[in-house]
Design a protein. Sequence first.
Length: 147
Amino acid sequence: MLKLFAPALVCVILIACQQSTPKPTTENQTTAEDRQSTGPDAADLLRTLQGRWQSEKEPDQIIEFADTKMRHISNNQPSPETEIEISSDCRSAACKTDTSDFADGWCFLEKGQFDVQCYLVISCSKTELKYAAIGVENGLRIFRKIE
């Protein structure tokens, strides 16, 4: 008797499972513009960046953030200051990549005298800063807070 009802039972279970699984609709789909960053807002990121950071791979490389200014220090020799701008949605043209329209996450822009470099912030805490320079091969940088 069980052999007679087994195929019917399997069909009922399959139909029930198909009905309970939500199908994606255009209402449920999100675009990159709709997604919100999981990182801090622009003001929080700027506050967290403040101070001096030392490269994990190259200890003689230091970056320093003071308000909206950034300076690179190599072998105790400071570079000229550049302006930074926090972008909580990475929508600047400088953040455009070959693989997608724009980086997904939150970024900061370093504005030099002749160019603008976008950095995608991977993680930023009070002790560690990890970012990738958009459009730069091997552009991943990891820093530890020193001051």
